[in-house]
Design a protein around this ligand. Structure first.
Ligand code: AMP
Ligand code: MN
Ligand code: MN
Length: 321
């Protein structure tokens, strides 16, 4: 079985770890777990962990004190490792180091990984990058902080073990981590369920303003910066909207467009059974997984919505025949 050490080049001294833009729970959990595991098992390495600042609910781990949240001045690590990051343009904080690094390694679970690194270890059937790392780590070397970071990654990418990306292997990883004593209820409550009042209200607003399209097969909602300002929230506070839209009875596709900068919209896509949303997102330069994908688009909200609905209609029609 492959272990993490098999993926590391010999003779390295300095390692930079990074994740993707707008880090989610799997991105934070997997990068932190990798950092802590290397710190423990390879004490001779000088490690740096770069992350864009996540939402407050992902800041609870002690290791967050060791994270650099600012883009570093250029330097050349012997090895740069990205976690949960499917393409070069998705690297978040620390992206400037990628081309300066002597060697690069991508550890990921995105089917759309573009193999942009010197070495790629991608497991598209794994629920999360945290699951990939759990099985690359030697289990007896996983301590409580590492287990906590891995568990955080697992629950965020699986919606607490409910999505179709969950397998027996996912549950076994979760079970073994619980066996190690992770405070699982607290992690779920504080990092997954908890929402600020503003986050709750923008969710409610986005649901109220959602519409059904294409004979009820698609549900969509749009949120501009003006809308967010009215609730005192930012783009990253809308993270739970698309998952709730997907639960609408009879819907195959949930589509959420939200404005991250004036005139720039993030497209979040979820499907329920047959539609490959990674393919739909790829039409707009994005990517992701078969049932959860995204892209970044420029334009006005109504025009973008019409455009994506047109593509979705064609794809749904194709799958009808
Ligand atoms: P999200 O809707 O942001 O939760 O993203 C769902 C999935 O799509 C995640 O696995 C992301 O990695 C991927 N994804 C989201 N946005 C993009 C993008 N702009 N480009 C490529 N992949 C994306
Ligand atoms: Mn992610
Ligand atoms: Mn992930």
């Amino acid at each position: 079985m492959k272990t993490l050490n098999d993926l590391l080049p010999e003779g390295i001294r300095t390692v930079a770890i990074a994740g993707h833009v707008n880090p989610d729970g799997d991105c934070v959990g997997s990068t932190c777990a990798l950092y802590l595991y290397l710190k423990k098992t390879r004490p001779e390495l000088a490690l740096s962990l770069y992350l864009a600042r996540p939402t407050d609910d992902l800041m609870f781990m002690d290791v967050m004190k060791e994270v650099s949240f600012e883009e570093p001045a250029p330097w050349s690590p012997d090895l740069m490792i990205t976690c949960d990051t499917s393409s070069l343009d998705r690297i978040g904080c620390g992206a400037g180091l990628f081309e300066k690094a002597e060697r690069t390694l991508s550890i990921d679970h995105h089917v759309s990984n573009t193999r942009y690194a010197d070495e790629t270890w991608v497991e598209p059937d794994a629920s999360s990058c945290a699951e990939v790392l759990f099985y690359l780590f030697e289990e007896d070397k996983i301590d409580l902080p590492i287990a906590t970071a891995l568990y955080t990654g697992l629950i965020h990418d699986t919606g607490v073990f409910q999505y179709s990306n969950v397998t027996r292997r996912t549950m076994e990883a979760g079970a073994r981590l619980i066996g190690m004593g992770v405070p699982h209820t607290r992690i779920i409550e504080e990092s997954f369920n908890a929402a600020t009042f503003g986050q709750q209200r923008i969710l409610g607003w986005c649901l109220e303003n959602s519409r059904l399209y294409l004979d009820g097969r698609v549900v969509a909602s749009v949120c501009t910066q003006n809308d967010m300002a009215r609730f005192g929230v930012e783009a990253k506070d809308t993270g739970s909207v698309v998952a709730v839209l997907r639960q609408t009875t009879g819907v195959e596709l949930a589509l959420f467009l939200y404005e991250t900068e004036p005139g720039t919209f993030k497209l979040s896509l979820r499907s329920n059974s047959f539609l490959n949303v990674a393919e739909l997102a790829a039409r707009y330069g994005g990517g992701g997984h078969v049932k959860a994908a995204g892209a970044t688009l420029k334009g006005s909200a109504p025009a973008l919505l019409a455009e994506v609905l047109g593509t979705a209609a064609a794809m749904l029609e194709e799958s009808d025949v």
